[in-house]
Design a protein around this ligand. Sequence first.
Ligand code: ZN
Length: 501
Amino acid sequence: MGSAAWDDLVHHLRELEVLDGARALLGWDEQTFMPRKAAEQRGEQLGLLSRLAHERITDPRITRWLDALDDQDPVQAACRRNLGRVYERERRVPAELVDRLARAKSAGFASWLEAKERSDYSSFAPALERVLDLSRERATAIAPERHPYDVVLEESDPGTSVSSLRPLFARLRDGLVPLLEAIAAKPALESLEGRFELGGQWELSREVARALGFDFDSGRLDHSEHPFTVGLGAGDVRITTHLRPTDLLGGLGGTIHECGHALYELGLPRELGGTTVAEAASAGLHESQSRLWENLIGRSLPFCRWLSRQLPRHFPTQPVSAEQLYRAQNRVERGLCRIQADEVSYNLHIIVRFELELSLFERRLGVAELARAWADKYQQYLGVAPATDAEGVLQDAHWSDGGFGYFPSYTLGNLYAASLGAAMAAALPELWSEVEQGQFSRVLEWLRSAVHRHGHLREAPDIVRAAVGERDPVSDLLAQLWARYGALYGVAPCADATRVP
Ligand code: ZN
């Protein structure tokens, strides 16, 4: 591509990034500090910015630019792939379908809220049916020759497909079910009791985030109802957490999780802004960064040892030992609720949702049978069945507003994190002694070089493969879980399972 045309394209995309950053900032404000009465004008502001962004991404000049890109240049080749995908998606869905789907989603969300309140799935089913039909219609409009679920998967995790995920998740499920059963037969571990004053918790969250490498000159940590991270561009990433007096570890775990997302955002190759490469490669890879810090590091015994030495400064009258922290961090409890799930059962919650939405997309399951199928799978995989629709099929909002194909990214994140963690532990022999000293810089450096700096130059599965070699993520994750939980619950011969504590 001639350098003038390339400069034009980069300039065009750079302005799109600026628009998206402004949109994201308004969205962050909406969930943190915005006064309630501003909702209407915020809707207007976001609506206008979305329209401008849509005009920009469907600009007719993009076809010409795409045609002229030079595949010999890795950045231009990545740009063709990333931009081409989004451009085709936007271009092929007729405006009237976009409109029908938007209406169906907002009706779906309203119907879900009401149905959840009354715990009555049947009243939500017609709205869900409509959202599902239109989502499938949209997938067909984008790529009539492809599996419709592949099309929706690609929106969060390009580079994955039904044919790669189905066997991966089935093997993981078959490994997790017996582990969870074995743990459930043992006495429960103790939780961490007591009230921990919120002022001390905020100091602790900030201190831990700083220790992990979060730069408070490039971001903020604030409160919101549900923790989230949003990257606003170079040098600006916002994370939130929700701290509660009676749940010290849950709140801190949320902070560490979001911090993992933020470190990824801060490590992206911003010098490649305007090329589509200075972005996260996928939702699953993003989630791998948060899970690696939250689970592999944050639930380890060396981390608990370090943390137990920091606590007295913030809670001088509440001594907590490392062993107490470690046991409380790794409590496993079979439950119905995904967002409260422990590390062992979490992926089973996701696999239930993946199998069900895939069946819906393939028309092997009707919307009318969904609540029943949900309860059956919970009984089968997690050993518990919901007594009500509210604690079963209605618990998440995702499907009500058309969020199909997104759930798998959570488990993909755990799988990527397991292999990245295993490769990192092999590359850093001092890893656990450094973690015990509260030194995390080499973990961050390793992740920067293995994952962050690549941005979206390649697809997520290729980035992970290049970083870890030909590892099997299912074996890595199961080995790590058996090693830690097997030892804690006394359910596995853990002699030489892995080197991950
Ligand atoms: Zn996350």
